[in-house]
Structure formats: structure tokens, C-alpha cells
Design a protein around this ligand. Structure first.
Ligand code: F6R
Length: 592
């Protein structure tokens, strides 16, 4: 949430480099953007604009200033509307201090009042601006001291970067929101919220952990503990991300590219290191209670996990959404196990759940795509998804990989690891039936037929109930059509009142023990005028539209989801919305 990127190095086109890198972080927030570059002589040039950085034409021409130090920010608004004033960077009263910020300073109102009482005037409605004023207050003690004192005054989660006029130095700190330092061979240094910003320059990185700061001066990055000021040695890590994986290539959108990539990404998940699966299985078997945790789509994956463990391993596991985790503290002990599910590994609510679990001494496994994320670093065991960078806001390939890993685990806990893997290999072999131009064209025609609908309902039973919930998220976030998922049997207890003539209702009907029941739920909808779209291995007379999926037993949540991902994408295109950057959303939700 909010993208931050800074450059300090030998290239005099710092502003242009930051601008290019910022575009690659736009998925983190795209309400407005801004860049500050320090000129020779120490003055700042600041550009701030409302809107998406990628939609500005001839942008490079805007940032031709000669500068070796620049930082930028792409915003997802929290405090203060989407205006140029509220766009970052923010400056101190005298404009000598410039900051960009990701996160929320929870006590900003109180700090702002105190600063106003001292005569400070504010230009924005943001929480972020207070930080520049706080530094300004303490500058007599030097930039570093002023910065650390400001960090000690603010509460909440943040990643913050600051520059001071005339000093060829950048200071950054984190508490809760991601920050990564990149080091190139020519001595250039980068600080970013995520790696793609500087991937074309270097793959050598150093991570900031919570309550740590870094000062960048020419060619050198020094890390310190924010509380004690003691220096910290950081390992230089080489990452194996490929640049082209973070680009959309010939595809119109990242979302479509990532849907189509599922053939490879699923295979990678299925081939997860057997040793890791074994270790995780031992931890699950040993634990006195396992709780699956995730948010949004990952939360729905966690719900599927509950069914998988029940059906395959006859084992009860709990499920909690990250944002609703707190009450679990009453039953967690040092024998509990938490399995965190996340694409980014940086979701604030899931991280908070892990902090609570850790404080109780519980063990943590994370099933996560970004292997070097905070969540991964907090975990006792990490099962990486290896899905490559997922940049579209709507999660697709990471979701199916998470489902595959949970399927492997459920079978392994049941003592049938090979059977689980074989099932997944066979299912993955059938993906060509779904990821081909003919199938895509069929779904595009369905999207055309229902694109003007007011509401779409989705029903499923058992493992496919959470898939109905996840389908609703996919449709809502990129098509903006009101969509809701239900357990098939629940509709008649209230929601059926919403069905009227022609309401599209998607029925997920795999060949499982619930087939007759879900079809009879579908009948109830049809009797009220619903347009039935069946996602099923076999056509049924009651379906108005049939989208065929292979019959794959307990892997059905994975394959049933794929046509819905395609439908959501096609609806977005038909309704001329941008599926990669849906309104009001951002990838990686680093605020609570
Ligand atoms: C929806 C979506 C979100 C994420 C959620 C958690 O398509 O992507 O609901 O699933 O914000 O994010 P991660 O998986 O990064 O923890």
C-alpha cells in the first residue's frame, strides 16, 4: 500500500530513474504520485500530481533535472482526500526537509496540534506531513538525531524516507511497512517498498526489519537500531527474480498474464520441496490446535483449507481472518500452530495476527509468495509459492498455488502425500482445457451477455463454498458489479429474496457428493428467474450457460476458480475498467 522508491548514485538522472521505478510500484497505490529531487546546490525540485503515474504522457520529459538523489511516492489515500496537496512528498514549514511515507501515524492529530501550537502551518490533511515538521523541530541536533527522535514520537506502522536540504544523504526507517535497500555494482543505492522498482539495476538487496533505520550516503548504506542507535550488520542477499516476470510482455494486462501463467506456477507449487511439506506435516501433527490465517482472497483460501483438512485428513483446523484474529489470543499457547497464507507476506492484519501468536509462543508456518517478506522472516517454516511476482491487484496465480500447497499438506497429514501430489499433477495436466483461446472466447461471450447485470450471485457447497466467496471478490474488485457468494443451502434462508428475472447466478457444481444438492439449490434460483451459469464437468438441463471444467475430485477448488478469474477479467474489459488497478484498492495492504 503506497509505493516508495529512492535513488542515490552516480547517475545524474536520479529523478528519471525514480520516475521509471515508481511506475513499477504503481500497483501499490495509484491515487496520486510525487517526486522530490535534490539539485546541485542542495535545493529540491518537487513534482506532485493527482492520478496514475502510468497515465501521464511524456513523463520522462518532466523529470530531466540533473540530480543524483531523488525519491518518489505513489499514493493510496488514507488520511486526506485525493488532492495535489495531499500527494507526497511532504515538506517541513521551511521546506528544507522532505518526506515520503507509507503507513499510518496513529497519533498524528495530537502531534499536529502540538506543532500548530508552536506556530507550524500545515499544507496538507495527511498524517505524513507531521513527520517533516517533527524533524524540523529537532534539526539543531543534526539530521540523523532529528529523524530518530521523530520516529520515537510517532506511533503506528510506517515506512518513512527523509531528505534534508544540502545534505547528500537519505535516511529511511521502518516499523511494520516494507522497505528494501538495493545495491548496484556502480555504487548506486536504492530504497523501495518492493523489489521490481530497481530490478533492472540490481538483484542484490538488504532488508530493513522493524524498528531499524538506514542512512544512505554516496555508495554506503549504514543500518542502525532505531531505539538504541547501535549499528547493525546486514547480509547482502541475491534474489532470483527475473525482470521479464515483473513485466506484462505481450499481454494487455498483468491480470490476464498472471491467469495464463498458472500452468507453470501451479506446477511449481505442486513440486514444492517435499522436505518442507514433511516438516510442516510434523508440525501440524504435533500442534495442539492449528489455525489458518489470511485476509481477503488468502482468507478464503484458508477457509478451503479447513474443508480440505476435514475431508482428506479428518482433522479439525481453525480459520481466522487476519483482521479478526485478536480473540484467538485467548486460546493460543506455546503448543499452538499458526499457518499464515499470503501472497505479499506484508499484509498488516495478517502480520498483526502473527505478532499476537508469537507473543503466546505459538509456532508459525507461512505459505507465502514473497520469500523474503516480513511474514516469511517471522516464521519458523516457510513454504514458498514460487509463483513469481504477482502485480495485478486481483490475486490469481498466487491463489491457486496456495490452494495447491494446502492440498499437499492435507494429504500429507492424512499419510497419503503421494496420492495428493498425483491428484494435483493430473489436475495440472488438464489446465490446457481452461487456458486456451477457445475457452477464453467462450467466457468472453458469457461476459458480454452479463456485463450490464446489477448483481451476480455465486453458490457452492463444501470446499467450493469459499470458492464462491472468492469468486465474488474477483468479480467485485475488477468489474465493480455487485457480486456475492453463498453456501448453496443458505440462500433460501434469506438471500434468495435478492433474485429477480435474469439475475446471473453462477453455480459451482463439481462431481462430488453434494452435486444433487447444489443442483437443487440452483433449481430454487431458476424458479425465481435466475440466469444459471453452471461451472461443472457436465452440462445440466437447468443451466442456461455451461462452462465446462475437468472433474478433478479434491482439486476442484483450484480448477473451478480459473473460469471465474477469466470471467472477472473479461467483465472488466467489457465494462472498460482497468483490471490491473481497480478503483479504491491497492496490492499489499500494509495498513490495518
Ligand atoms: C484480492 C486480493 C486480496 C488479497 C489480500 C491479502 O484479489 O488479492 O484480497 O488476497 O489483500 O493479501 P496477501 O495475500 O498479500 O496477504
Amino acid at each position: 500500500m503506497c509505493g516508495i522508491f529512492a535513488y542515490l548514485g552516480p547517475n545524474e538522472k536520479a529523478a528519471e530513474i525514480v520516475l521509471k521505478g515508481l511506475k513499477k510500484l504503481e500497483y501499490r497505490g495509484y491515487d496520486s504520485w510525487g517526486i522530490a529531487a535534490q539539485m546541485e546546490g542542495g535545493d529540491f525540485v518537487i513534482e506532485k500530481h493527482v492520478g496514475k503515474i502510468s497515465e501521464v504522457i511524456n513523463l520522462e520529459e518532466k523529470m530531466t533535472h540533473s540530480s543524483h538523489l531523488a525519491m518518489g511516492h505513489s499514493r493510496w489515500a488514507t488520511h486526506g482526500g485525493v488532492t495535489q496537496y495531499n500527494a507526497h512528498p511532504h515538506t517541513s514549514e521551511d521546506q528544507d526537509v522532505v518526506v515520503v511515507h507509507n503507513g499510518i501515524f496513529e497519533n498524528y492529530l495530537e502531534l499536529k496540534e502540538a506543532l500548530i501550537a508552536k506556530g507550524h502551518q500545515f499544507r496538507s490533511e495527511t498524517d505524513s506531513e507531521v513527520f517533516a515538521h517533527l524533524i524540523e523541530e529537532e534539526l539543531e541536533e543534526g539530521f540523523e538525531t532529528a529523524f530518530t527522535r521523530a520516529c520515537k514520537k510517532v506511533t503506528g506502522r510506517f515506512a518513512i524516507l527523509a531528505l534534508h536540504k544540502g545534505e547528500n544523504k537519505l535516511i529511511a526507517a521502518r516499523r511494520g511497512s516494507p522497505l528494501i535497500v538495493g545495491k548496484a555494482d556502480d555504487g548506486a543505492l536504492f530504497v523501495a517498498s518492493d523489489v521490481p522498482a530497481f530490478l533492472e539495476y540490481t538483484k542484490k538487496i538488504q532488508y530493513l526489519d522493524d524498528n531499524q533505520m538506514v542512512t544512505l550516503t554516496e555508495g554506503r548504506a549504514h543500518f542502525y537500531d532505531l531505539e538504541t542507535g547501535s549499528p547493525i550488520e546486514k547480509r547482502l542477499i541475491s534474489i532470483d527474480w527475473k525482470e521479464e516476470e515483473a513485466e506484462k510482455g505481450a499481454y494487455a494486462h498483468f491480470m490476464l498474464k498472471e491467469i495464463m501463467e498458472q500452468k507453470e506456477t501451479l506446477a511449481r507449487a505442486i513440486n514444492a520441496d517435499p522436505e518442507l511439506i514433511q516438516k510442516a506435516t510434523a508440525m501440524i501433527n504435533k500442534a495442539y490446535g492449528t489455525t489458518l490465517v489470511g485476509c481477503g482472497t488468502a482468507g478464503k483460501v484458508a477457509m478451503v483449507g479447513e474443508y480440505l483438512f476435514a475431508n482428506v485428513a479428518k482433522k479439525h483446523v481453525n480459520v481466522k481472518f487476519g483482521s479478526e484474529f485478536k480473540s484467538a489470543r485467548h486460546f493460543l499457547t506455546d503448543r499452538s500452530l499458526i499457518i499464515a497464507i499470503s501472497q505479499s507476506g506484508e499484509t498488516a492484519d495478517t502480520l498483526e495476527a502473527l505478532e499476537i501468536a508469537k507473543s503466546k509462543g505459538a509456532k508459525i508456518i507461512s505459505i507465502v509468495n514473497v520469500e523474503t517478506s516480513t511474514m516469511a522472516r517471522m516464521s519458523d517454516l516457510v513454504i514458498p509459492l514460487k509463483a513469481g511476482p504477482e502485480k495485478a491487484v486481483a490475486s490469481t496465480k498466487a491463489t491457486t498455488s496456495q490452494l495447491a500447497i494446502l492440498t499437499l499438506l492435507a494429504y500429507a497429514v492424512a499419510g497419503r502425500a503421494n496420492e495428493g501430489k498425483q491428484l494435483l499433477i493430473e489436475s495440472e495436466g488438464k489446465l490446457n482445457d481452461l487456458l486456451n483461446p477457445r475457452y477464453e472466447a467462450h467466457i468472453e461471450a458469457v461476459a458480454d451477455q452479463i456485463k450490464d447485470a446489477q448483481d451476480i450471485m455465486i453458490i457452492g457447497r463444501d470446499m467450493n463454498f469459499p470458492i464462491a466467496l472468492e469468486s465474488a471478490i474477483k468479480l467485485q474488485e475488477v468489474s465493480y458489479i455487485h457480486a456475492e457468494g453463498f453456501a448453496g443451502g443458505e440462500l433460501k434462508h434469506g438471500p434468495i429474496a435478492l433474485i429477480s428475472e435474469g439475475t446471473p447466478c453462477i453455480v459451482i457444481a463439481p462431481n462430488d457428493e453434494y452435486k444433487a444438492e447444489i443442483l437443487s439449490n440452483a433449481m430454487e434460483l431458476k424458479a425465481r428467474g435466475a440466469l444459471l451459469i453452471g461451472i461443472s464437468p457436465d452440462n445440466a438441463e437447468i443451466f442456461d450457460i455451461w462452462i465446462k471444467v475437468p472433474s478433478v475430485g479434491n482439486a476442484s477448488p483450484i480448477l473451478d476458480l480459473i473460469p471465474i478469474q477469466i470471467l472477472a477479467y473479461k467483465l472488466a474489459v467489457a465494462r472498460q475498467t482497468n483490471p490491473d488497478m481497480p478503483r479504491n484498492l491497492a496490492k499489499s495492504v500494509t495498513v490495518k
